[in-house]
Design a protein around this ligand. Structure first.
Ligand code: EPZ
Length: 420
């Protein structure tokens, strides 16, 4: 099992190229099933989750090819199997986003329940509610969600849940609605940039969608969709991770391809912590040389501060003099990185869904264990500034969502390597 070894103390300096958004790629790859011809998607990140989605689409009967490292072609014409198998779904919760396209294409779906994961229970009640509002019959049987949509009609659905909007429930209802006769209105829809990118792709396929980038979507069902070509938006979470890498090491990074308009809350809070952020033509410049300041933040659905950068932000705040408070409003239990950071001499306590962070003068390197994709990134960031050596175990979590993290960090001066 691979591990990452980091030696702290280097200020990062140089340029990092930001890749395509994993969380746009996954629903858009699934959406290709709705077409009656092949789709070509560019700027696809080379991460494990993309391979897993490719394997799921192949299991359903589609033909999936990677003509070049960052490009995938999906031919849906062999689609015929409505079952997404447990052995693939259990590897990636996002597999649930084949539900909408299967209903839209085959009128039926049988998907292994995703189950929970390190960041908390991952219910799908909003997905089920949305499909039922479109006339599908949904039942849970032997660990599978079984859907039948013989007579689906457009409908109205409110998708706001206890923790706000749901990204993949929005994606699923949108993808089920685009070929469903009638008009569908989705209130309380997720407005993440990845959802706008999905809607953009669906419109290129011939879908009729209004309200993109808002919490209210309107879909007019059409009879057929064609395959389309699409280039994914950059990954705002990867960009935010490198912004925090510059901040935590007191270095200076240029992030090529980052989109400031997708990072408003992140820029606001990183600047509040004493880090300067400047817009560049085609990217961002981040300089961590300034004096650190404490911040209080809460994660929220977009355009709020993203839960996927909460762990990385906590790593930065461990070194801000004073007391910071980080409240997790989206996945209230998403704090498995905290005990590992405390093993590196951070001083963090958890009170309910809030982390209370007392700034320390420095962190010390230690062997630590990754628990989920973003927690593992946070541990690497802490290792960049900790005294001595940090060994991050179970980096397969990292490989799910970051392309060549250690290579990109080494290129800007980090003492970091992967050991088998
Ligand atoms: C997407 O997951 C992302 N994954 C997650 O990124 C991200 O953390 C999350 O959105 C929130 O932004 C992908 O896009 C592939 P949700 P998703 O449904 O759609 C509750 C990463 O690191 N909820 O928006 O599964 C849920 O429990 C991953 O890249 C219900 O209650 O998340 C959570 O508390 C991790 N019922 C909240 O809503 C439902 O039916 C938001 O979850 C669905 C969700």
């Amino acid at each position: 099992m691979d591990r990452i070894v980091v030696r702290g103390g280097r200020r990062l300096k140089g340029t990092v190229r930001i890749g395509g958004a994993k969380n746009a790629a996954l629903p858009i790859m699934a959406a290709a099933l709705l077409g009656d011809s092949p789709s070509r998607i560019r700027n696809v990140p080379r991460v494990a989750d993309i391979r897993t989605m490719a394997d799921i689409l192949s299991a359903l009967g589609a033909r999936v090819e990677f003509p070049s490292p960052h490009e995938v072609v999906i031919d849906p014409r062999g689609l015929g199997n409505p079952t997404a198998p447990y052995e693939l779904v259990r590897k990636m919760r996002a597999s649930i986003c084949v539900l909408g396209p299967l209903l839209g294409s085959l009128g039926r779906a049988r998907i292994s329940l995703p189950g929970g994961c390190a960041i908390g229970a991952r219910p799908i009640d909003l997905h089920i509610k949305g499909m039922e509002r479109l006339g599908a019959s949904m039942r849970l049987s032997h660990g599978f969600v079984v859907a039948r949509g013989d007579r689906m009609r457009g409908g109205e659905v409110f998708l706001g849940g206890r923790f706000g909007s749901s990204v993949l429930a929005t994606a699923n209802v949108l993808m089920a609605a685009v070929k469903t006769p009638g008009v569908t209105r989705i209130e309380g829809a997720a407005s993440e940039p990845e959802m706008a990118d999905l809607a953009e792709f669906l419109k290129k396929m011939g879908a009729r969608i209004g309200g993109m980038c808002t919490h209210s979507l309107r879909v007019e069902g059409v009879r057929r969709l064609a395959g389309a070509s699409h280039t994914l938006i950059p990954d705002r979470i990867e960009a935010g991770t490198y912004m925090i890498a510059a901040a935590i090491t007191g270095g200076e990074l240029e992030l090529k391809g980052a989109r400031p308009d997708h990072l408003g809350a992140v820029i606001d809070l990183i600047e509040a912590a004493g880090v300067s952020v400047g817009a560049l033509r085609g990217g961002l410049r981040v300089s961590g040389a300034g004096r650190r300041r404490v911040v209080d933040l809460a994660t929220h659905p977009y355009p709020g501060f993203p839960t996927d950068l909460q762990a990385q932000m906590i790593a930065l705040l461990t070194l801000c003099p004073g007391i910071s408070v980080v409240t997790e409003k989206v996945f209230p239990e998403r704090f498995l990185h905290v005990p590992e950071l405390n093993r590196m001499a951070a001083r963090i306590s958890i009170e309910g869904s809030s982390a209370i962070i007392r700034g320390v003068r420095g962190l010390s390197g230690a062997p630590v264990m990754a628990s989920d994709l973003r927690a593992s990134a946070a541990l690497v960031l802490a290792g960049l500034v900790a005294r001595g050596e940090t060994v991050v175990d179970r980096v397969y979590h990292l490989d799910r969502g970051y392309e060549n993290l250690e290579g990109k960090l080494r290129k800007v001066g980090a003492l970091i390597e992967r050991v088998g």
